[in-house]
Write a protein that binds this ligand. Structure first.
Ligand code: NAD
Length: 491
């Protein structure tokens, strides 16, 4: 038996979708294969849900919410269950990491050291926060008392992407559960397994039936009915900008549910003329674009380098790309596994071909490396009219562009429909502050590639984000309604 087959055989694969605390098949009895992108083998069959399953999951979440079995608990009781869930995630770290690696093609070392521990940390952080939050009292005249309180929105649907399946689920359910809501999760069809396993662990942790439901399937059959459902109060989404836009339409055409969208990016690293230690910067920027196969929303897929450092940046990026180890995602030494699917591999290949056709110069990579592996690719002499400058590739491909001045570098960085993240390199503290403010992005890393951490809000400007932020206490806002209670004290 191969290592892959042995690893699959050791997994506790989910026994269907999770609704109202019970696992079972989709109403229509249909299922689809979820595949290992490295071997092409089927890992498991996953239920293909439809509108009937969506209705059942929403009814279960609504009943749980109205009953107060979770929403009505003392916050410290919710905290205890969420803390237990975080502990269970860590107790099951090896299995969750293997499941995630097999299903998404992500390197096992990243899954062990980043995805699973960060998932546990996120659940714990929001769990612990909830019994330390206070409401407000408004500054009224003495004859009135105005309380400003936050209440759970009620039933929350979360529609997820495939690039960080567990972690994106945690970013949604952490704050949504901490604020007392009931949740329905729809994982991406490419990566359903860990969401279902997390659902089972949540039950084991004491989160009551119906509070966390997980239904699997495709966007039009599950995501759209959730987006249009009249009894879903808020919808939180992470995925492409193209699909994100649709959720605004679904909401407008149904019950005006709250919508929070975390979407695509074309993030730039700006290397100013005074930046020092270009080899170190290239190391960091290698991680910023090649990590997770470039399947990362904040990937710095553009580098805008001042002409004084441009040639050195191109040369050092090529060296970093050449040292990036590709291979079997179950090999602990692998830094990049396969892209998630053949469809995605075809998209990345097409955009790389477009870069070549439009005259950018390949200084490393530029093609596949067997199966669904894709070589870390560095393009130089990229100009703003090229498709590889404007379009999110979502693969290990970086476009390096020359700027004639620091000011032009900032302008080029902002020349995109997106605004998720940016990176800035300079030795000058005044320029660091000034230019960080000028970059139109939700997170700006200075002299480091950064997505912030659990305590800092994460989200995008422009077409990268809408309606709220993930992470930090700011994430609680999208899952709560503000209420004013005005009490007349004169009677
Ligand atoms: P996607 O938009 O194709 O799919 C995301 C989810 O939407 C999936 O669950 C899918 O089934 C569902 N969906 C697809 N079509 C739908 C429809 N018509 N109606 C309702 N639901 C539908 O995105 P993806 O390919 O899974 O993920 C990659 C994208 O996600 C990239 O653009 C990336 O930048 C973005 N992303 C953003 C963040 C962030 O926080 N900003 C984080 C991770 C990924």
């Amino acid at each position: 038996m191969t290592l892959h087959a042995q690893t699959v055989a050791a997994l506790r694969l989910p026994e269907g979708i999770l609704i109202d605390g019970a696992f079972g098949p989709a109403a229509g009895g249909c299922a689809f294969a979820t595949r290992n992108p490295f071997t092409g083998d089927t890992i498991a069959m996953v239920p293909a849900c439809g509108a009937a399953d969506v209705d059942r999951a929403v009814a279960s979440a609504r009943a749980a919410f109205e009953s107060g079995v979770w929403s009505g608990l003392h916050p410290s009781a919710r905290k205890a269950a969420m803390t237990r869930l975080a502990d269970l995630i860590l107790e099951n770290l090896e299995e969750l990491a293997a499941m995630e690696a097999l299903d998404a093609g992500k390197p096992i070392t990243d899954c062990r050291e980043i995805d699973v521990p960060e998932t546990a940390k996120c659940i714990r952080w929001h769990g612990e926060a909830q019994d330390k939050l206070y409401g407000q009292i408004a500054p009224t005249a003495p004859d009135a008392l105005a309380l400003i309180v936050r209440e759970p929105v009620g039933v929350v649907a979360a529609v997820l992407p495939w690039n960080f399946p567990l972690l994106m689920m945690a970013w949604k359910i952490g704050p949504a559960l901490a604020t007392g809501n009931s949740v329905i999760v729809k994982p991406a069809e490419q990566t359903s397994l860990t969401a279902l396993r997390l659902g089972a662990l949540a039950l084991e942790a004491g989160i009551p039936p119906g509070v966390l439901n997980v239904i699997t399937g495709f966007g039009p059959e599950v995501g759209e009915p959730l987006g249009r459902h009249m009894d879903v109060d808020a919808l939180t989404f992470t995925g492409s900008t193209e699909v994100g836009r649709r959720f605004l339409e679904y909401s407008a055409q149904s019950n005006l549910k709250e919508v929070c969208l975390e979407m695509g990016g074309k993030s730039a690293a700006v290397i100013l003329g005074d930046a020092a230690d270009i080899p170190r910067i290239a190391e960091i920027q290698g991680t910023a674009i090649f990590w997770n196969m470039g399947e990362n929303c904040t990937a710095n897929s553009r580098i805008i380098a001042h002409r004084d450092v441009y040639d050195a940046v191109v040369a050092e990026m090529a060296k970093v790309a050449a040292g990036w180890r590709l291979g079997d995602q179950l090999d602990p030494a692998t830094r990049n596994g396969p892209l998630v699917s053949a469809e995605h591999f075809a998209k990345v290949s097409r955009l790389v071909a477009s870069g070549k056709a439009q005259g950018a110069r390949v200084v490393h990579g530029g093609e596949g490396a067997g199966g669904l592996l894709f070589q870390p690719t560095v393009f130089a002499e990229v100009t703003p009219d090229m498709e590889i400058f404007t379009t999110e590739i979502f693969g290990p491909v970086v476009a390096v562009t020359r700027a004639e001045s620091d000011e032009e570098a900032i302008q080029l960085a902002n020349r995109t429909q997106y605004g998720l993240a940016a990176t800035l390199y300079t030795r000058d503290v005044s320029r660091a502050h000034r230019y960080a403010r000028m970059l139109r992005a939700g997170t700006v890393g200075v002299n480091a590639y950064s997505e912030g951490e659990i305590s800092t809000p994460f989200g995008g400007f422009k077409a990268s984000g809408f309606g709220g932020r993930d992470n930090g206490l700011h994430a609680h806002e999208q899952y709560t309604e503000l209420k004013t209670i005005w009490i007349d004290l004169t009677t």
